[in-house]
Design a protein around this ligand. Sequence first.
Ligand code: DQQ
Length: 540
Amino acid sequence: VSENQPYRTAFHFQPPQNWLNDPNGPMYYGGVYHLFYQYNPYGAVFGNRMIWAHSISYDLINWIHLNHAIEPTEPFDINSCWSGSVTILPGNRPVILYTGVDANNYQVQNLATPKNLSDPFLREWVKFSKNPIMTPPNGIKVNEFRDPTTAWRGLDGKWRVIIGSELNNHGMAILYQSEDFVSWTKYQHPLYISEETGMWECPDFYPVSINSTNGVDTSVQNPSVKHVMKASFNSHDYYTLGNYDSQMERFISESDFTGTSLDLRYDYGKFYASKTFFDNVKNRRILWGWVNESDSTEDDIEKGWSGLQSIPRRVWLDKSGKQLLQWPVEEIETLRDSQVSIHGKKLSSGAVFELSGITAAQADVEVFFEVPELEEAEFMDPTGVDPQLFCGKENASGNGRLGPFGLLTLASKDLTEQTAIFFRVFRGPRRYIVLLCSDQSRSSLREEVDKTTFGSFVDIDPRLEKISLRSLIDHSIVESYGGEGRTCITTRVYPMLASDEGMHLYLFNNGSSSVVISRLDAWSMKRAKINGKESLRYRA
Ligand code: DQQ
């Protein structure tokens, strides 16, 4: 597959060809970052012999592809090596725990260890001879038992790990314990059972500091942390905050998963099966997520590839304690090239203003809006409002008082094609309400692509702070961070008219009140080396 295909990205992680899905076992080891991922070596669609592909990086931005780490070879994984995680055991010994789809199509958990710990690239992995180490427990469907998390070590020295499952439509995290990481015993009750969410895929469970933006190791348990429980279902990654009661072996959640727009999500666009890891070099927790295509399967096959990884994001607890914040890892800034800046520019009602001087198809844009006429805000009672449906109805072309205002990304010169990332501001019963929308309705003239619009509330008070937006634009993906990482929306778009040179970027205001760009910085982005070859052995 040529890098010049219009929808190939320049700085997002993607393999040279074929299908990619979940990030697996991310870690830092031996001076390098490792990323494994679900990969189908045989085509651009999901397959029935899924493997763990493997890449390494010194900076989370430029990557070297290695040989595949784990492939179906044994009765315990012959029908696929599905998702899982890495745990670093004492003595700096990483182990992989992954789900094998066995000869009977049962989902079982398997172990693999590096062949040679002195190879920082950990090129070769050896499957444990006594796999599987966990099989579906009684009462659990044999095809609903998967995706082990990074394990944590309790104060009693025992290891714990959770596995995604479901019982009578209640999503759950089945808990196992082990002294030696090899023989595992199911605990009497799950770490958490949810409302009727359906099957939980790729759970993630980790501590976040209450008073610091630093990340902490997965095993940390003390009064200075809260815990995050993330589950993937319903095509989204939902999380709740709460406390881990290690005596009772329960996660005490502050609110349950409902699967509705009221739940906290990492991202209100496309972002699934994500996984975090603790980076002890920079003391941060990093989140990777799978961003799938919105294009038709036929087109994926024709393009020869499908799926991206998000830009790795740092994740930490907001000061409010009510939600997580996310921000692209700082290393992405090394790709910044030519820059344009704006200070104090008014966007009157109806303004459309082109931001020239940077590559619109490959850009990093950060903008802070000020809304001088807040008293003009229309009233909204947010009770029962689904922000995504609202954004779909009241799209970028509509008029309000305060907004829509924001960016028109990946736009053709005549604006026939455009992906609008915009805000609306309302006065609520108690406070102002800020809404971030990503409007795909006019993103492409092509009909077969999914153009669903996304949206969510952003927890900011526009009286006290500016309304900020950062968007990473990369050919067929726009990753947006509203309110300095409070609300993220990732979208995939396939403009037709807007080929690379013809791509444009605008600021706009369709609201009847003016807004002010108090500050804007935007950069052209250089291409990352995503497909560096070390000993590439991709099967056609
Ligand atoms: N994908 C994996 C599963 C996981 C699902 C298979 C989530 O292990 O549950 O590729 O996308």
